[in-house]
Design a protein around this ligand. Structure first.
Ligand code: KG4
Ligand code: ZN
Length: 503
């Protein structure tokens, strides 16, 4: 049989009805309406009301102190006519659930020594007496019994997590249940940047604003879940374009507040690594990860996904994808340049022109063993084309594209494999949009096979920027029992990879 009452979060408009019960239950001890109003609207407060039909029959409130993992039951009042029905227990149960969701480990309350019925209820919910305050309730001089319940911090096994990604030009919303992918919807503003030959931050930020809601709704529909089933929200808060990141961060916080669910601020780069979990069920560590996209070129040593990610190298100028985009422009090819160059290179000779390999000379390798530089290569291609043009010769686009691609791939793979060998890590994981490059996959596979290194390349839809990878990290954090991020974190365009979660 369903319960005759409905419980929901208290609103300001409940104040009058609450005050009536307050007076009925507590008489001269009753709080003032102003005091109650502050309780209902306080930041860390969680007040519930129970209605039977149109009439308010009970309310209860919790004060949360998540930073010290504690909460206090502030009040609980049930109209005399509704007592003995299990409503008090139901309300207490809701408060304890909220305390658990807010990572509170201890919940305290005070109860009158002359109220054995209430004490019995609290005991049955796991509360124990820890103190007594003599003559606490005045004017009748009744003692207060202080009770505490210690909540199990046992984390959720298979949380339903929604992930939001907006660090560059893809608006991504992903939904996972534990390690299982349910939806991965991406809306890209790439077309809007095409005429500029690269991502324009303001255009990207505006596009995120427009795409966010439709992308969210599509993801929910694909995953066949509703918003109120979501256990936690995760969002990439950096690194990336500040204005673009802010859109996702704002959306995630609003959702978390509206749904009253925890929010986890997650590192975008770590998302690229963690996405492997969605295909394999877990991430094997240690692993070297090579992340190459229009925004980043990073080599990571991942000893532990949540606690030990180290940046061992990165580009000192252009990102690999950016180099593809810029060289495509020099060759008169469209944006994004990667796929265009890949196509043109298919018919070209990769050894036709020996383009420079950045930071590969012995003297550079001393200081920049795992770092990358593509701007010299880009300039070399531009000069090559310029010389041919001034001589009035045709530019062999296929050969230039193939030779350029070979130089990029050679450097990327050589440095990634060096990292594996030097650190004795027999695993290499690839991520980022440039992984779509056919030659990169081929050379990486070949050289990994030679060295006995296991190569992992997630599906392309999980390699490019997406919300599923952010949801995947969020789920890992929830399952590891990590505290949510709170609401004060911001977008951080230069977030270091060592910060897996921002608090
Ligand atoms: O990860 P991604 O989709 O977005 C961000 O950069 O955030 O990566 C896009 C980049 C672009 O620079 C694009 O030119 C490059 O990935 N890319 C490729 C290929 N497909 C896309 N680069 C080389 N070869 C490709 N086939
Ligand atoms: Zn990325």
């Amino acid at each position: 049989m369903s319960k005759p009452w409905a419980i929901r979060i208290a609103e300001e408009s409940d104040l009058d009805a609450i005050m009536q019960i307050e007076h009925e239950c507590f008489g001269s001890d009753a709080w003032s309406a102003d005091g109650m109003f502050e309780e209902l609207t306080g930041a860390e407060k969680y007040y519930l009301v129970a209605y039977q039909g149109e009439s308010l029959i009970a309310y209860a409130g919790l004060n949360k102190l998540p930073t010290v993992h504690q909460a206090e039951v502030q009040t609980i009042a049930v109209k005399p006519s509704a007592r003995g029905s299990g409503l008090g227990r139901d309300l207490m149960h809701h408060l304890l659930q909220e305390a658990i969701r807010s990572s509170c480990l201890d919940v305290f309350l005070e109860v009158r020594a002359d109220n054995p019925v209430a004490q019995q209820l609290y005991r049955s919910l796991g509360f124990e007496q820890i103190d007594i305050r003599k003559r606490y309730y005045q004017p009748d001089g009744v003692d207060a019994i202080v009770m505490r319940a210690q909540l199990s911090s046992e984390p959720m096994r298979e949380p339903l997590v929604l992930g939001i990604e907006s660090s560059c030009d893809e608006t991504g919303v992903g939904i996972v249940r534990g390690n299982t992918l349910l939806a991965n919807v991406i809306s890209s503003s790439m077309d809007q940047h095409a005429r500029f030959g690269g991502v324009v931050p303001e255009v990207a930020a505006r596009a995120h604003l427009e795409a966010l809601l439709p992308t969210l709704h599509e993801a929910l529909a694909k995953a066949k879940v509703s918003l109120d089933e979501i256990d936690a929200v995760a969002v990439a808060n950096g690194p990336g374009l500040a204005g673009a990141l802010m859109v996702g961060v704002g959306a995630a916080k609003s959702l978390a507040v509206a749904l009253n669910k925890p929010v986890y601020a997650v590192n975008h780069l770590v998302g690229h690594v963690g996405v492997d979990i969605l295909e394999r069920g877990e991430l094997e560590t240690p692993t070297i990860a090579l992340l190459v996209s229009g925004g980043h070129t990073s080599l990571l040593l991942v000893r532990d996904l949540l606690d030990d990610v180290e940046l061992i190298g990165e580009t000192i100028d252009d990102a690999a994808g950016e180099a593809f985009d810029k060289v495509a422009r020099v060759l008169g090819l469209k944006y994004p340049g990667g796929p265009e160059i890949d196509r043109a290179a298919a018919e070209g000779d990769p050894n036709a022109i020996r383009f420079p390999r950045g930071l590969m000379l012995p003297k550079d390798m001393e200081k920049h063993r795992y770092d990358f530089s593509f701007s010299g290569l880009k300039t070399a291609v531009a000069r090559h084309v310029e010389v041919l043009n001034t001589k009035g010769l045709d530019v062999p686009i296929s050969d230039v594209a193939a030779s350029f691609r070979e130089a990029v791939v050679d450097v990327l793979v050589t440095k990634a494999i060096n990292a594996c060998v030097d650190h004795n890590v027999p695993r290499l994981l690839l991520g980022g949009g440039v992984i779509a490059n056919r030659r990169l996959r081929e050379v990486a596979q070949q050289r990994c096979d030679e060295k006995g290194i296991e190569l992992r390349i997630p599906a392309l839809s999980l390699c490019t920027d997406n919300g599923a990878m952010i949801a995947a990290i969020g789920a890992q954090l929830v399952m590891a029992g990590r505290k949510p991020s709170g609401l004060s974190f911001g977008a951080d365009s230069t977030l270091p990879v060592t910060t897996v979660q921002t608090h």
